[in-house]
Design a binder for this molecule. Structure first.
Ligand SMILES: NC(=O)c1ccc[n+]([C@@H]2O[C@H](COP(=O)([O-])OP(=O)(O)OC[C@H]3O[C@@H](n4cnc5c(N)ncnc54)[C@H](O)[C@@H]3O)[C@@H](O)[C@H]2O)c1
Ligand SMILES: [Zn+2]
Length: 385
């Protein structure tokens, strides 16, 4: 899983035996994408005879003409791409849109050698990935993530799926891609708020697995916000290395190892749900507050010093991310936490830090501890208590 710094790209391997694949981190080199796709496909039975692809993207990216160089590059290696454009936003992660992708595949006489390329954010990756996982019992998939969140998180690890009208991400599969092509150039057009949301997940990797990386982020917060390419490349590369390691250890979230990626998410999901999806808190912002709240929990258990919580709050604030959620109702937050699907046998489980870079899945926090930290993060001035 070590990155090899062979300019102009860096490669990270996700070690999953026969389902192993490569992640490339590159800067605006989409003319090389076709060759990467061809090589990635050649490592799979279904991909080696690939001559056509469904390239799935959303209207924002189509308007920015982002798909064009990728289409050209696929053609240059003998793969005929058909572009399918879906509406942007979470609503596209539906069975209805998946069904539309199936229709497009049928219309093109797709078979098990047809490649699906997901060019977009996490929504496109999850939707196109779900279609790839299920059509003809599995088509080869290549992820081309274009949001920072998708680059450091959703494109790696094989979780794909759509939403049930009442439950997010309920209908899905594990379907590892044949490869992931991360082009940092695609981030140029990403709105600032989306960039910051991706940075919340980057900070998460520092807290759960790598204190040195956390310190690097503290030093480079200004560069990251200014979209300095070298700083972004370091952050993306280290994040995908860490995610690849975790996925390699627990591909299907069965041993508890992969669960460490949920740091900040138990309370983060509750904040998203109570504030209303598409409301005041985007996912990354809710996770930022969730990480602060859960760090307070660890402090109450005596696992970490106040100083660690303070460093986290300072870093998030420097990255333009919230560290509290003033005004949200404690009772509603608590109820939402208890509804979360990660709860087992009625006890709420949290991923909490013992120090920067080391976390543990635990159900030790008591109801009064959870109430206390919810009170801290929903009170404006108390996030540094
Ligand atoms: N499968 C997983 O392991 C996993 C992990 C985390 C999140 N997710 C899922 O990911 C989704 C969120 O992903 P997201 O945050 O990338 O949101 P998103 O896919 O909705 O993208 C956010 C917005 O940015 C736009 N956009 C994307 N790339 C752009 C670019 N380069 N320039 C300009 N605009 C661009 C999109 O059109 C959209 O409007 C959620 O559905 C979540 O459940 C999945
Ligand atoms: Zn997340």
């Amino acid at each position: 899983m070590e990155a090899t710094a062979t300019e102009p790209e860096c490669r990270v391997k996700v070690e999953l035996g026969p389902r192993s694949y490569e992640i490339v981190v590159t800067r605006a080199r989409s003319e090389l994408f076709g060759a990467f796709a061809r090589a990635a496909l050649a490592r799979t039975w279904s991909g080696s005879a690939c001559t056509q692809a469904l390239l799935v993207t959303d209207q924002h990216l189509a308007k920015l003409s982002l798909p064009e160089p990728f289409e050209r590059s696929l053609r240059s290696v003998g793969i005929d791409p058909a572009l399918v454009v879906v509406a942007p936003g979470e609503a596209a992660k539906s069975l209805l849109q998946a069904s539309r992708l199936f229709d497009e595949l049928v219309a093109r006489n797709a078979d098990r050698h047809t490649l699906v390329v997901a060019l977009g954010g996490g929504v496109i990756g999850d939707l196109a990935g779900f279609a790839a996982a299920t059509f003809a019992r599995g088509l080869p998939l290549i992820m081309v993530p274009t949001t920072l969140l998708a680059q450091v998180d959703s494109s790696v690890g094989g979780k794909v799926g759509v939403n049930h009208p009442r439950v997010k991400n309920l209908i899905g599969a594990f379907h590892q891609p044949a490869g992931v092509w991360i082009d940092l150039g695609t981030l140029d057009s990403l709105p600032d708020r989306e960039l910051r949301c991706g940075l919340a997940e980057v900070v998460k990797y520092g807290v759960i697995l790598d204190s040195t990386f956390f310190a690097t982020l503290e030093r480079s917060s200004g560069d990251l916000l200014a979209r300095d390419k070298a700083a972004l490349e370091r952050a993306v590369l280290r994040s995908v290395e860490l995610k690849a390691q975790v996925v390699g250890q627990d591909e299907r979230e069965e041993t508890g190892r992969r669960a460490i990626l949920n740091f900040g998410h138990t309370i983060g999901h509750a904040i998203e749900a109570v504030a209303g999806y598409g409301g005041a808190f985007e996912h990354g912002e809710a996770v930022a507050v969730g990480m602060v709240a859960e760090s307070h929990l660890a402090q109450r258990l005596g696992w970490i010093e106040t100083e660690v919580v303070d460093r986290l709050v300072r870093l998030l604030e420097r990255l333009g991310l919230p560290s509290n959620a003033p005004g949200l109702d404690h009772g509603e937050l608590l109820a939402a936490i208890h509804r979360d699907k990660k709860n087992q046998r009625g006890r709420v489980r949290f991923v909490l830090p013992h120090s920067l870079g080391s976390v543990e899945l635990t159900d030790l926090p008591q109801e009064q501890d959870i109430r206390a930290v919810l009170s801290i993060v929903t009170t404006t001035s108390a996030s540094r208590s």
